[in-house]
Design a protein around this ligand. Structure first.
Ligand code: LLP
Length: 416
């Protein structure tokens, strides 16, 4: 559930009319709802009840400092994939001691920085990475807390670009090599084995792959225990899907209950989750204005002022996101449009074959844009990235200003 809803035909973000935000700050723009972010985070946190746990929000989904600060205030942990994301978490007031560091390519500098800040754990994805973390920790005279990301080889049944738990994917350590790799980790003097983790993919809409992966990991944890290697936390990654159209993903409660059931009798094993999309996606919308309505030979086009550089998911993954009018009152006739941006690429579309009653000047809201929206935006075609705006009740805060042209060529130089 989110806090974007129509009141008398006008779309509101919490208690603020979206069209008022558009008049003040222009379009395109991202608008987030603080109450929605908080509600989604609490849904995960409460679902795990008394079982020792930590919700580590996946920063990559939306790394705006304003968004991170809202979650930090709730006591959230964070899942990061770069030194940059760690710096953002700290800037936002997050606790380094609740940070897990994922990703296949951590550099020496990133490892050193994370050790200096005292993160909770490195989620290690390969043997050479173990050796690297051990070496950096040794140089610093410290011990690095580690977890191994195990590739459980389960099919998440999601888009191939965001499926990560299959043998053919670049992520994690194959489960056949898991025990040997833990033995290696255990033998390295500057590492401390803390946990086990996995992440099998994103936008999963069924529980079974999560449960299959968990069962496979628990088996490994038992084998390790028999070898004297104790695992104190199990990180099940992120990946719970959201409703963009007619998907019916499990509620965090159902998802957590299914995992908790498998964990019964293991109360000493702390559960970590890394949800990104399920917290942020439906806590954000992107608004855009119709510039032109154009008649093609075969199609009608609504040319809007947002483009694939602002929101790339439709172009990149053929993702479907709901597009609707901000003000429902209209005398325009409904027709089926491709909603496209001004970029010089056929792949520049926000939605295809959408029935809309619109005319130039109308505002549209693209829903479920709070995750993997602004963070994946670019400056392609020398377009300034949109502002990000947080609504909290009746309060509107610009949490990132609209870029200006001079920001775009900062650091570039003319030749004489
Ligand atoms: N943990 C790890 C290690 C991950 O790689 C990811 C996402 C997450 C957690 C969070 O997953 P979530 O709960 O958000 O599904 N850009 C794509 C999604 C890429 C996801 C990458 N990894 C999209 O727009 O659909």
């Amino acid at each position: 559930m989110d806090f974007f809803a129509y009141r008398d035909g006008r779309l509101f973000a919490e208690d603020v009319a979206v069209s008022d935000i558009a008049s003040q700050y222009g379009t395109p723009a991202y608008i987030y709802s603080r109450a929605t972010l908080e509600r989604h985070w609490h849904a995960f946190d409460q679902a795990l009840g008394e079982h020792p746990h930590l919700i580590c929000y996946a920063v990559k989904a939306n790394s705006n400092i304003g968004v991170l600060s809202v979650l930090a205030k709730l006591g959230s942990g964070f899942d990061i994939v770069s030194g940059g994301e760690l710096a953002r978490v700290l800037e936002a007031g997050g606790d380094a001691g609740k940070v897990v560091f994922s990703g296949v390519g951590k550099t020496r500098e990133e490892i050193r920085y994370a050790l200096e800040q005292g993160i909770l754990c490195f989620n290690v994805e390969s043997e050479p990475e173990l050796e690297r973390i051990n070496a950096v920790a040794a140089e610093m005279g410290v011990t690095a807390p580690i977890s191994l990301r195990i590739n459980p080889d389960v099919d998440a049944k999601t888009h191939p670009y965001i499926s990560t738990g299959l043998k053919a994917n670049k992520f994690g350590i194959p489960r056949e090599r898991a025990i040997a790799t833990y033995e290696l980790a255990d033998s390295l003097p500057n590492l401390e084995v803390k946990g086990m983790d996995c992440h099998i993919g994103s936008q999963l809409t069924t529980i079974e792959p999560f449960v299959d992966a968990l069962e496979r990991l628990l088996e490994l944890i038992d084998v390790l225990a028999s070898k004297g290697i104790t695992i104190s936390h199990l990180d099940v990654g992120g990946g719970l899907g959201v409703t963009y159209n007619n998907e019916t993903p499990p509620h965090p409660k159902e998802y957590a209950a299914a995992l908790a059931e498998k964990m019964s009798g293991r109360e000493q094993l702390k559960l970590i989750m890394e949800p990104g999309r399920a917290i942020a996606a439906n806590a954000g919308i992107m608004i855009t204005e119709v510039e032109f309505v154009k008649e093609g030979d075969e199609k009608h086009f609504a040319i809007v002022d947002a483009a694939m550089n602002d929101l790339i998911r439709p172009s990149l993954y053929s993702a479907w996101q709901h597009i609707g009018r901000v003000e429902q009152d209209t005398d325009a006739t409904p027709r089926v449009y491709d909603v496209v941006g001004p970029i010089c690429e056929t792949g520049d579309f926000i939605g295809k074959d959408r029935e809309l009653a619109i005319k130039p000047g109308d505002l549209l809201a693209v829903r479920s844009a709070g995750a993997y929206g602004f963070v994946m935006a670019s400056n392609y075609n020398t377009r300034c990235r949109p502002p990000e705006i947080m609504v909290d009740g009746t309060t509107v805060t610009v949490v990132r200003e609209r870029e200006m042209l001079k920001d775009l060529w900062k650091g570039e130089h003319k030749l004489t």
